[in-house]
Design a protein around this ligand. Sequence first.
Ligand SMILES: Cc1cc2nc3c(=O)[nH]c(=O)nc-3n(C[C@H](O)[C@H](O)[C@H](O)COP(=O)(O)OP(=O)(O)OC[C@H]3O[C@@H](n4cnc5c(N)ncnc54)[C@H](O)[C@@H]3O)c2cc1C
Ligand SMILES: *[C@@H]1O[C@H](CO)[C@@H](O)[C@H](O)[C@H]1NC(C)=O
Ligand SMILES: *[C@@H]1O[C@H](CO)[C@@H](O)[C@H](O)[C@H]1NC(C)=O
Ligand SMILES: *[C@@H]1O[C@H](CO)[C@@H](O)[C@H](O)[C@H]1NC(C)=O
Ligand SMILES: *[C@@H]1O[C@H](CO)[C@@H](O)[C@H](O)[C@H]1NC(C)=O
Ligand SMILES: *[C@@H]1O[C@H](CO)[C@@H](O)[C@H](O)[C@H]1NC(C)=O
Length: 534
Amino acid sequence: MKIIVSRPRLLLIIVSLCTLPSTISKAMGSESRQPMASQPPAVLIIGSGISGIAAAQKLYAHGFRNLKVLEAKGRTGGRIWSQSYGKGFVELGAQWIHGPSPGNPIYQLALKYDLLDPEAMTMENQKVKVDGHLPLFRISYSSSGKIVSRELVANITELYSSWLEQSQSVSQKDCDPKASVGGFLQQKIASKEKDWDSANKDMKLALFKGLLDLECCISGTHSMNYVALCLYGEYTMLPGLDCTFPGGFESIVNQLKSSLPNDTILLNKTVKTVHWNGTFQGSDSQMYPVQVQCEDGETFEADHVIVTVSLGFLKEKASSFLSPALPPNKAQAIQNVGFGTNNKIILEFKEPFWDPDCKTIQLIWEGESPLLETKRNMKQDWVKKIPGFVVLERPERIGHMLCSFIAGDESEYMETLTDDEVLSSMTALLRQFTGNPELPAPIHMFRTKWHSEPYTHGSYSYIAVGASGDDIDILAQPLPNEGAKPLQVLFAGEATHRSFYSTTHGALLSGWREAERLIGRYQELDSLLNKSKL
Ligand SMILES: Cc1cc2nc3c(=O)[nH]c(=O)nc-3n(C[C@H](O)[C@H](O)[C@H](O)COP(=O)(O)OP(=O)(O)OC[C@H]3O[C@@H](n4cnc5c(N)ncnc54)[C@H](O)[C@@H]3O)c2cc1C
Ligand SMILES: *[C@@H]1O[C@H](CO)[C@@H](O)[C@H](O)[C@H]1NC(C)=O
Ligand SMILES: *[C@@H]1O[C@H](CO)[C@@H](O)[C@H](O)[C@H]1NC(C)=O
Ligand SMILES: *[C@@H]1O[C@H](CO)[C@@H](O)[C@H](O)[C@H]1NC(C)=O
Ligand SMILES: *[C@@H]1O[C@H](CO)[C@@H](O)[C@H](O)[C@H]1NC(C)=O
Ligand SMILES: *[C@@H]1O[C@H](CO)[C@@H](O)[C@H](O)[C@H]1NC(C)=O
């Protein structure tokens, strides 16, 4: 029997393997590495976002002691990124626990570690059914500097929400695979438009356009015409009133991290290529099926690698990131599933110009319509994609802050501008909409550049027209799935979760899923060995 050498404790296993019935030894693989009971397998995790950290934490808790997390950046957390500011935090990435209720593992962990404010922990808040309904903006300004009637805004928002709900329950059976959520909504709007009198028809269309632009931010896409209608309902919404972390979203990453030995995570360690399906000698002179090669030349050998890099990174680099290259169905799935940009522009004001109870501010561009494809002059018009602002919580800690979102091509264009250019456009925008040319300029700005971040290359995933839900499952499939050395390369990350993609809880669950895949594999091996010893 050809078995890898020179591990003293391995002898025992070789002996017992010889007594295994051939079916069992086939299942284990003639070159299977020794199970947990003997010596822990070497596992590498690429990426220290919530999915990578969750995988590491679960594996470590199950006795996997030969673990390393390789992270390209100088910090952990990935798309969870809390910048400390004043006496609090500003979130550059994830901000809300979406659906904080018993089914949300991020929420459960946050409760366990006591990371939330008391209001966020009440039963009433956990039971609120939002079902994707957009909250009604508190105040709505139009581009001519007027406040738009709240009744009109409420009517249009309600209509929009009911159509959006319909789009989430389209039956997959009789759905045209080329149909988009944007197309569905446009059709609804067009069918109603005929009945509107000319008095406020343009304002209604402009309102719909703004709501669609907001939806683009939520979905992380340039246009809702890119988002598949038939699969829109696959995304599962959990009940609960979205809440934030007073100590920053990163506090949950730090809690999970604290269960790992402090030399587990290696920062500034960019992985260039994952060589798999091979035989590589490690520094311990053992042979391993996988070798990870870093940009700085360092190499790591492993039995298993869990890849948690973003779908955006894979779209850019998939062809060189794995060697041998990914099988065609996986390469195709990487192309099919959508990944777009949503950025934040966060402005601090010396004094708030909004009311104390104001939580959101809507911007409505008169003359815009969701039924017209207008060619944009980016330099002048990029701000038109901003649907409004969220007033950030806890002003006593971080100051008076408004956070705007912007998605798609306009968002990527914004990343190319200087801070001064963005700040002056935002100041002009607010002066125009509030109708106050004297409105004091913001005193501080944060803005994200998620598309330019080379190790993320966008914000989050969505199911694009042309993709199928199966594509997400294909992204999650390990390599190889069978054979002598299965599970060499495993895949986790937000984009690999079929019903919670694009969220932190989806990412967390995907990391646990891959950890459990390995744990299950070694439990199987252990029990086969135990049987053979009897
Ligand atoms: C602006 C914004 C707002 C969001 N808001 C919310 C929200 O309110 N609520 C919510 O639930 N979710 C939100 N999300 C989504 C959420 O942040 C992500 O779904 C989640 O954090 C993704 O975790 P992950 O582990 O899958 O990926 P990541 O966090 O991206 O982790 C992947 C890690 O891999 C590293 N990496 C990449 N390439 C390499 C390489 N070659 N070598 C080594 N390391 C590498 C990266 O640096 C990164 O640290 C938001 C995201 C963005 C961008
Ligand atoms: C990572 O790189 C950054 C930038 O070069 C540096 O400031 C930081 O100290 C490095 N961190 C580690 C842990 O090497
Ligand atoms: C809002 O809807 C109600 C009920 O349909 C209607 O009576 C009212 O006129 C609408 N208001 C506006 C401003 O459109
Ligand atoms: C890890 O922790 C130990 C003990 O807490 C400490 O002595 C050591 O310096 C730490 N190592 C690193 C790399 O931080
Ligand atoms: C893996 O290696 C085996 C044997 O060396 C080879 O037959 C097979 O084609 C390889 N698989 C891939 C995906 O390269
Ligand atoms: C196998 O046997 C070992 C030692 O007796 C025991 O600790 C372990 O739990 C057993 N594993 C399984 C999966 O039964």
